[in-house]
Design a protein around this ligand. Structure first.
Ligand code: PGA
Ligand code: ZN
Length: 418
């Protein structure tokens, strides 16, 4: 049994200089841990609620003192000095306390850091790392990183409609090597962009965000950079997160800078063309989360060829995931802790996906912090991939460095990639 002795939340700052909730939790033997809730730019409509104060007097509307108060008063009063057998028991209790379907009473940004901090403290109490504490297997699989390299749409202020262009160093034999390969490509991409007089400033997930003639040109410059770094497109593949709900309006997809307004069928053809021409292994959120009609089309055209990853559609929620499994229409899922709001519900989503042979990709949010919980979660749950931005700022580097340390610690007890 773990007895919670104290709980304290405060506002701290995320990587996009907005406030977010940090929770410090201690057990009765003084074991203490801190967890921080990430935040996000492109919110799926089905996600658990991120409670903001929406008052313009501080942080341009975005402060989170209400969520902080919910931890420090309501949640604290109910859980301090209580004993819990496991993090699952505490999560179930928190869910009951909130009682809303989307955690809108306390806010997912109040509940999640409590849930994470409790897992962290329990692990520390057992003298274990988080990945060891959550670990269920005898053998670890270290995830392939899907690494951000070019940003667009709501993650930048350039003219590219697709939100994330990532590279996946599938040829690497360990995490360290994957990271080195990414770094070499990133340096070379900078030179290529500079030669074209294009911007090399970095944006939300810390990839470059140049103005380009088309979305396709982003893929072309990335391939040039891969080759300039002396790799081939057999060794390094490309993954996209289109976040297409963001440019979906009135049942049409508006690729504004390409002057294209496409219906679902035309958009599927647009992707089909890209997949035929380029080494793309995965596309996330290619259609808007509620554009069901166009689903059948992409299923027919592309579903079997590449990983079709859903983020805004499943929102790490087993009820939503089950709906699509029942229709035999899911092959990969993006997993984000704060979309659902507790660690155990997140683990349930990973387990359900695994049971149905789907691939899970543990993901950061676009506005991150120094918290590295997701690196441990990916290793503990043996997921196929982790997506945690580029390597150009410390909020993302922290997760990659954590993976390097875990890899070293596990040594021959772990295998990289599937
Ligand atoms: P978000 O972006 O955190 O802004 O949702 C990340 C993603 O869509 O994968
Ligand atoms: Zn996404």
């Amino acid at each position: 049994m773990y007895k919670i002795k104290d709980l304290h939340a405060r506002e701290v700052i995320d990587s996009r200089w907005n406030p977010t909730v940090e929770v410090e939790l201690s057990l009765d033997n003084w074991v203490k841990w801190i967890a921080i809730c990430p935040s996000w730019a492109s919110t799926g409509i089905h996600e658990a609620l991120e409670l903001r104060d929406w008052d313009k007097s501080r942080f341009l509307w975005k402060w989170v003192l209400e969520a902080v108060k919910n931890v420090n008063i309501s949640i604290k009063k109910d859980i301090v000095w209580d004993e819990y057998e496991s993090f699952r028991e505490l999560d179930e209790y928190l869910i009951r306390l909130d009682w809303t379907k989307n955690k809108s009473k306390f806010g997912a940004n109040a509940i999640l850091p409590v849930s994470m901090a409790f897992v962290d403290a329990c692990a520390k109490n057992e003298n274990k790392e988080i990945f060891e504490y959550l670990w269920e297997w005898n053998w670890h699989i270290l995830p392939y990183p899907m690494m951000n390299i070019v940003n667009g749409w709501s993650h930048a202020d350039n003219n590219v409609d697709i939100q994330e262009f990532m590279i996946v160093p599938v040829w690497a034999t360990n995490i360290k090597e994957a990271i080195r390969m990414w770094a070499e490509v990133f340096h070379n991409l900078k030179k290529i962009l500079q030669d074209k007089w294009l911007a090399t400033s970095v944006w939300d997930e810390w990839g470059y965000a140049p103005n380009l003639r088309s979305n396709e040109e982003a893929i072309q410059v990335i391939i040039k950079a891969i080759e300039k770094a002396w790799y081939t497109t057999e060794q390094i593949k490309i993954a996209l997160d289109c976040a297409s709900s963001e440019f979906y309006k009135d049942w049409k997809y508006n690729l504004a800078w390409e002057w294209k307004i496409l219906d679902g069928k035309e958009l599927v053809n647009f992707y089909k063309d890209l997949v035929e021409k380029y080494p793309i292994i995965s596309i996330e959120d290619w259609l808007a989360e509620d554009d069901f009609e166009s689903w059948k089309l992409f299923e027919k055209e592309l579903w079997k060829k590449i990983m079709s990853v859903w983020d805004d559609l499943f929102v790490t929620n087993i009820e939503r995931l089950q709906m699509w499994i029942d229709q035999n229409m899911a092959n990969s899922i993006l997993i984000k802790l704060n979309q659902i709001g507790t660690v155990s519900e997140t683990i349930d989503a990973i387990d359900l996906a695994k049971k149905h042979n789907m691939k899970s990709i543990i993901s950061h949010r676009s506005w991150e912090t120094e918290d590295t919980f997701i690196a441990d979660l990916a290793v503990a749950k043996n997921t196929w991939f982790i997506k945690t931005g580029s390597l150009s700022r410390t909020d993302r580097i922290a997760k990659y460095n954590r993976l390097i340390r875990i890899e070293e610690k596990l040594w021959d007890k772990a295998k990289f990639g599937k």
